[in-house]
Design a protein around this ligand. Sequence first.
Ligand SMILES: Cc1cc2nc3c(=O)[nH]c(=O)nc-3n(C[C@H](O)[C@H](O)[C@H](O)COP(=O)(O)OP(=O)(O)OC[C@H]3O[C@@H](n4cnc5c(N)ncnc54)[C@H](O)[C@@H]3O)c2cc1C
Length: 497
Amino acid sequence: MSRVAIVGGGIGGLTAALLLSRQGQEVVIYERADRVGGRVAFEEEGPYRIDQGPTIVLLPEMLNGILEEGGLPPGSLELLRCDPLCRIHFRSGRVLTKVAGLEEQAAEIEREFPGEGSGFLRFMDDMAGLFPRGKASFLEQPFPRWREFFSPANLRLMSRLRAYRSLRSAVGSYFRSEELRDAFSLQSLYIGGAPFRTPGIYTMLPYAESAFGIWMLKGGYGQLPRILSRELLSRGVEIHTGTEVESLHVEDGRCTGIVAGGVRHSYDAVLYNGEFPLLEQLLPAELFAGAAPVKRNSVKGTLKRSRYQPSSGCVLIYAGTDRRWPEAETHQFFLPDSLNDNLRELFDRGRISQLPSYYVFNPAAVDDSAAPPGESVLYFLIPVPADPELDWDTLAGSLAERVLEDAEQRGFPGLKSSLVWKKLRTPADAHKEGLYGGGSFGIAPVLSQLGVFRPQPKPYPIKGLYAAGASVHPGGGVPIVMQGARMAVHELMKEMN
Ligand SMILES: Cc1cc2nc3c(=O)[nH]c(=O)nc-3n(C[C@H](O)[C@H](O)[C@H](O)COP(=O)(O)OP(=O)(O)OC[C@H]3O[C@@H](n4cnc5c(N)ncnc54)[C@H](O)[C@@H]3O)c2cc1C
């Protein structure tokens, strides 16, 4: 049995603890905040409670499969299927409803966009063949060496998945309408990337959405860390909240423990679940190139300091209202005149649009218990530059006003006068809580930070040190982070045995 310290109780850390404890390892979690879950949390005020971060459950099979592998009984999560999946409101007045069922979706597209239904069927057909291979190659295995990533088979697959093009351009092969191109590429925003900059390999995202559906965890995604920590505590896993890990110990090329509250604790292995770019600060400086030439702890060569590009940030509005909108779907997107121009303003020029795109989460549509009877909770997510230095106190308020006004016109009549509670969250808050560069989703999903170019579950040639989280391969989003934690645990078990 190994003793393993987990630094950070985000979804990656909790999942790793679940899998490790299931395999009989002794696990201790250190979490800086006063609760576990990281980005997966609730905002609460009086009778109102709504998810603070994730709301959209994708890939439910992956999520449930990992939980079962970790020893949770099947059905531990009550997942509610959203059908319609979501609704996309274009400025032209057109509305695309994403629905379950290929033929039903094609008919829905055909109704709003005559002549385009067959493009959707072609997309789904092409991706049905590619998705299982893409999942096995890019989501389920690490890339310790370049040669694994650039193997002839992988290169062929990347070419078929159009990794060399952008996601928006890749779906452009299937749809003529700019609006449909937006509808099938805006999913990169879920992980903080621009559709025109995120590689085409991420076509797996809109495909997964249409093929496996959009779901919601009953009671909110914020239930997940509660379910996980309850299970961990019942197994005797120690969870120390309010405890920041200040540094990691590396001796003779091996990570042998952590320092928290000025006290050293010894472990056989350490799994880091904080924002990856911040890990360097916890490691001895002499391990890195350019440091004073002292003994390098026997780590092979020196480690390279890396610069990372953060994902986009967001302004979030959480609201409690004294009425409901029974006709409004759970997940809705409201797009501006040109999503492409709008996002170019954000991603290329770092500016906040006068009228941006935004996403609205309306959980009462599928979960009656989400708010007091007859009332509602809503969540508006507005993608913005990650820059924590902007004057968010001034900017966020007026941006929220413009978005609420627009939402009132386009989908939530009477919204403003029904507000009983409202709270804003900005990139400055995200930065204060330790999210890298004020970005909401870890490091950006760009080609230079994908696959072998992204930090790996075993990130350095240091024995006993592993990493999992949104900024580590295979990337962000709850099920994907859980999948990354699974890989990190696999690497750990391989090395420790
Ligand atoms: C607004 C928003 C909306 C999102 N929407 C979705 C969605 O709809 N669907 C979806 O699947 N995903 C969504 N995501 C992404 C998803 O939330 C993340 O990918 C995932 O939760 C990240 O998990 P993580 O393991 O990286 O941990 P994190 O959430 O980053 O947590 C890491 C934890 O480590 C702790 N920590 C860091 N350093 C230390 C230290 N030195 N000592 C002790 N503790 C430390 C932190 O306090 C934190 O609790 C969203 C995210 C945001 C912000």
